[in-house]
Write a protein that binds this ligand. Sequence first.
Ligand SMILES: CSC[C@@H](O)[C@@H](O)C(=O)COP(=O)(O)O
Ligand SMILES: [Zn+2]
Length: 209
Amino acid sequence: MSILVQRWNELADVKDELAGRDWFFGTSGNLSIRVSHDPTTFLVTASGKDKRKRTSEDFLLVDANGNPAEETILRPSAETLLHVKVYGKTNAGCSLHVHTIDNNLISELYGDKGEVTFKGQEIIKALGIWEEDAEVSVPIIQNHAHIPTLAETFDEHIQGDQGAVLIRNHGITVWGRNAFEAKKVLEAYEFLFSYHVKLLTLKNQLQIS
Ligand SMILES: CSC[C@@H](O)[C@@H](O)C(=O)COP(=O)(O)O
Ligand SMILES: [Zn+2]
């Protein structure tokens, strides 16, 4: 099996799993996986598709600038430039972007602070941080409608081959060395967001600080 087909199947499997979690509301979300390093090419989801369906037109191969690397009628994701930034700056192998209610709530609650921090949760180990009482922060950026501006702002927060950035009232973009790691990072953050939202709601209902 060629690398391209292997990567296609890997990304299709991740897409199915995230669809199973119902993380692709209203065609939102986009996913990519690196196919080659030099030159950089990656598969990215075609724009505007129902990502819950598995079809032969789900992904297209693009170059380091996010332009189609082969003749196609498909349009790359509107947010391909963010994936371009990840592969241009790191050795990451996969980048995932989803809009969930919880990631939107957290981004709005902490948007003015520019970041949200979590501490004392076992799931932080899934991010590769094993210290006692570990702390993890996710930057929150403004949601610019102009994608090149959004991509530039996003780029300032890309550090290392694994990471995450929240886009205010929009969604989260994560990346990792491969599809397994990117999915693990995404699931860990979504756990933290969901826990935090539920905890705040309960505290509010029970009037405890
Ligand atoms: C329908 S959600 C809004 C979109 O502009 C975008 O944020 C998104 O995540 C999906 O866009 P896409 O072009 O399908 O990758
Ligand atoms: Zn989006």
